[in-house]
Design a protein around this ligand. Structure first.
Ligand SMILES: Nc1ncnc2c1ncn2[C@@H]1O[C@H](COP(=O)(O)OP(=O)(O)OP(=O)(O)O)[C@@H](O)[C@H]1O
Length: 322
């Protein structure tokens, strides 16, 4: 199901939370709303869900204006951090909840509900936990159960607010992959909120970069990273260096640097402050005379210029684009 956001504005008192938001999301897309804290991501998600009303503007699902429908009549599944699982219900009952709450005419029989719940629990790979209570689950398991619960009513739209927020890095990664796989399995349109650019890059088909209530750019992860529409997008999507050359400032990312242990054409010299192995890459921090901020260079861990390199050594560098 496609989602259109048309000229949406939202004020909280004098504060403009959303300023003329326009957004088209295709059926089957997985879209990330990315931006710093307070930029309006959650407000936009809540407006799409029907949990919040915009001051002006419309929301359309598959071309139908749903602006005046309340959340129960939008058939969206959502996982918001503060909509936790019901503590007094087992995992099974949590997932069954939405189906049991359906009006009598639409409500499946208990046998059908049981089958459906087991199928969802198998899908999130937690069917062995169906009799447990939420407090007996890990954070990652709870999030997966919350997703199963949201999917139980077969929504065509899934809205997720920082779904992996409080989890450790490894579990986050597993869940991200799981969400992307799930997306390929069932034809769902999903929008998720994150302030983590890596998370958006890794999972989303397209990223909506927001700042102070406006959309700065919409594009695929590659588009927003390689062709940022504004300074804000450039800085938000990754680390960057600023190098003063005569009266000009050059900006470049840490991986866009050439290194040399010997003086080379077009290279400047720096002093090695720190050498930090980060898995496949190594980050070298350089202090450069006359430069306020240090320069960071990221190269493959087996880069020849790292051989025998120690802190305090002189190292020559050059932004690749120069
Ligand atoms: N009910 C409300 N009343 C007043 N101000 C609000 C209300 N809800 C949100 N705001 C304000 O609107 C702005 C946008 O909030 P929103 O929750 O959409 O931001 P966000 O981008 O999701 O931030 P975060 O990543 O911190 O959750 C914030 O400055 C917030 O303080």
């Amino acid at each position: 199901m496609s989602i259109e956001v048309r000229q949406v504005n939202k004020q909280f008192g004098n504060f403009t939370a959303l300023n003329n938001i326009n957004l088209d999301i295709q059926a089957g897309e997985l879209v990330a709303l990315l931006g710093p804290s307070g930029c309006g991501k959650t407000t936009l998600l809540r407006i799409i869900a029907g949990l919040e009303t915009p001051d002006t503007g419309n929301i359309l699902f598959n071309g139908d204006d749903v602006s005046s429908r309340d959340v129960r009549n939008r058939n969206v599944g959502f996982v918001f951090q503060h909509y936790a699982l019901f503590r007094h219900m087992t995992v099974f009952d949590n997932v069954a909840f939405g189906l049991r709450m359906k009006p009598r005419r639409e409500r499946p029989s208990e046998a059908v509900i049981a089958e459906k719940v087991q199928e969802l629990l198998r899908m999130v790979q937690l069917d062995w936990l169906s009799d447990r209570y939420p407090e007996q689950l890990s954070g990652g398991q709870r999030q997966r159960i919350a997703l199963a619960r949201a999917l139980a009513v077969e929504p065509q739209i899934l809205l997720l607010d920082e779904p992996f927020g409080a989890l450790d890095a490894k579990v986050r990664k597993e869940l991200r992959r799981w969400l992307a796989d799930l997306h390929e399995e069932i034809n769902l349109t999903s929008v998720f909120v994150t302030h983590d650019q890596e998370e958006a890059m890794e999972v989303a088909d397209r990223i909506v970069v927001m700042n102070k209530g406006v959309i700065e750019q919409i594009g695929t992860p590659a588009e927003v990273y390689e062709n940022p529409a504004s300074e804000f997008v450039y800085h938000f999507l990754g680390d960057s260096n600023i190098l003063k050359v005569t009266d000009q400032e050059i900006q470049f990312r840490p991986h866009e640097v050439l290194l040399s242990q010997v003086a080379a054409e077009g290279h400047q010299v720096g002093t090695v402050r720190d050498i930090r192995p980060l898995g496949a890459i190594t980050r070298v921090t350089l202090k450069v005379a006359g430069q306020k901020e240090p320069i960071e260079a990221e190269v493959a861990r087996d880069d020849i210029n790292l051989q025998g390199l120690t802190t305090g050594a002189a190292l020559y560098f050059k932004p690749k684009a120069c």
